[in-house]
Ligand binder design. Sequence first.
Ligand code: PGA
Length: 254
Amino acid sequence: MKQRKLFIAGNWKMNKTATEAVQMVSALVKKVEGLSDKINMAVCPPFTALDRISSILKGSGIALGAQNLSDKASGAYTGEVSAAMLLELGVKYVIIGHSERRQYYGETDEIVSKKAKFALNAGLLPIVCVGETLQEREGNKTSNVITTQLKGSLSGITSDEMLKTTIAYEPVWAIGTGKTASPDQAQEVHALIRKLLTDLFGKAVAEKIIIQYGGSVKADNAKELMAKEDIDGALVGGASLDAEGFSALIKNAI
Ligand code: PGA
């Protein structure tokens, strides 16, 4: 039995209009009723759906998350969304440094750490993502890449802040490809992350941190992944988009 309570979050990416989001979440709430004692759950829809689904999630045990936030408080930053704007809508978590943000929008470890710090200062709980590409894995660079990303992305974070932070290990080659890291492959990196967290923040803190796995997690592979010692949940993309599949995944994970 794990000491850490599992945490499963759905990252919808750029999918679902607000109307579609309302339909999905209304169905999901019914399907996972009563499970929040056993598992922490969140959905991270696009910004445009946050407001409408916030009220549906109230009291459901499913938390609301966003997929990104600005590293500025307010002002002349066209297209950006601030922490205060998210908080007002009932957002609790925010995904930071997803590989798609790093790859397509130039987010560096430095930007990720700034955003994480900003989120924490504002009272949001960051889910900080790290992961290697296929080329890096094949070149035996996985541990170096993860070490650099993790240290850089958490730079300036205090131990107290770390306790409010979730890490998501998402190998880029497993995202949306149907290729999941094997439970052993994932566990190896999760153990490395926990060791790095121990070096940075001490054992007592590191033992409490939720490290999610992400990359083609589905209802039928969730259980074997969650069985691994250092895998404490999942960040789920494609399989979090429909209520039936996502609720089945959550139930299989417990
Ligand atoms: P996937 O995405 O589950 O569709 O592979 C995971 C993620 O990018 O968070």
